[in-house]
Design a protein around this ligand. Structure first.
Ligand SMILES: CC(C)(COP(=O)(O)OP(=O)(O)OC[C@H]1O[C@@H](n2cnc3c(N)ncnc32)[C@H](O)[C@@H]1OP(=O)(O)O)[C@@H](O)C(=O)NCCC(=O)NCCS
Length: 188
């Protein structure tokens, strides 16, 4: 994928922006993804996370998500830095496309509901501009912070799948699915 041909999107939230990944973000990725909650709850993120992994994310995987009709955003506090990640991948299913949301927030920036605010900004945007009116996410049933994040952003819990995923350590994990039910009223 040639990054130059992807549309540049920046969504402005309160106290943060959602922007594209760019060269220079790799060092922060390597630093913040060395985190026990990431290891426990984000099975698709390599652990330990290397500089090569970060390069692949910034230059290949994130652009591929955008090129595939989704979006991969940095949660940027407004100074060009990286305090989190929010992606919505497009998955084509028989019933039509579905956006699959995923997120993390760097440990020092947690505790302020940043992921929920970012998701609440991005989900309606993806519905309106990417045609992703159906969106879902899943989290480890024990991941209560992610469950709260999803619910606050308008993704209601819809199903628990016992042993729905196998963790990188080989153990089965129970998974909860959430489904987006449309934009929330602004005052919620
Ligand atoms: C999930 C994550 C992104 C949330 O970060 P955040 O936006 O800073 O969220 P907060 O820490 O503000 O917590 C959000 C809510 O969860 C609650 N919460 C946080 N940690 C919790 C815990 N251990 N147990 C119970 N509730 C918890 C908070 O009290 C808050 O509740 P509220 O909405 O009622 O105020 C962050 O914890 C993270 O990056 N975790 C590791 C990666 C991960 O799990 N990603 C999601 C994979 S599905």
């Amino acid at each position: 994928v040639d990054d130059d041909f992807l549309p540049v999107v920046c969504l402005v939230g309160e106290g943060f922006v959602l922007r594209s990944w760019r060269p220079g973000d790799e060092a922060t990725l390597v630093e913040v993804l060395d985190d026990p909650d990431i290891e426990r709850f984000m099975n698709t993120v390599p652990f330990p996370y290397t500089r090569d992994d970060a390069h692949t994310w910034v230059h290949e995987l994130a652009p591929d998500i955008s090129a595939g009709g989704g979006a991969a955003f940095v949660i940027d506090p407004g100074d060009g830095g990286v305090v989190g990640s929010l992606s919505i991948r497009r998955q084509d299913r028989a019933g039509g496309p579905v956006g699959i949301a995923g997120y993390w927030v760097a440990a020092p920036a947690r505790g302020r509901g940043l992921a929920a605010r970012a998701l609440r900004l991005a989900a309606p945007w993806a519905a309106a501009h990417l045609g992703l009116g159906r969106q879902e996410l899943k989290h480890d049933l024990a991941n209560l912070a992610s469950c709260r994040t999803a619910t606050t952003a308008g993704f209601s819990a819809t199903a628990v799948v016992v042993g729905g995923e196998v963790h990188r350590d080989g153990t089965p994990r129970d998974i909860e699915r959430h489904t987006w039910t449309g934009p929330l009223a602004p005052d919620r």
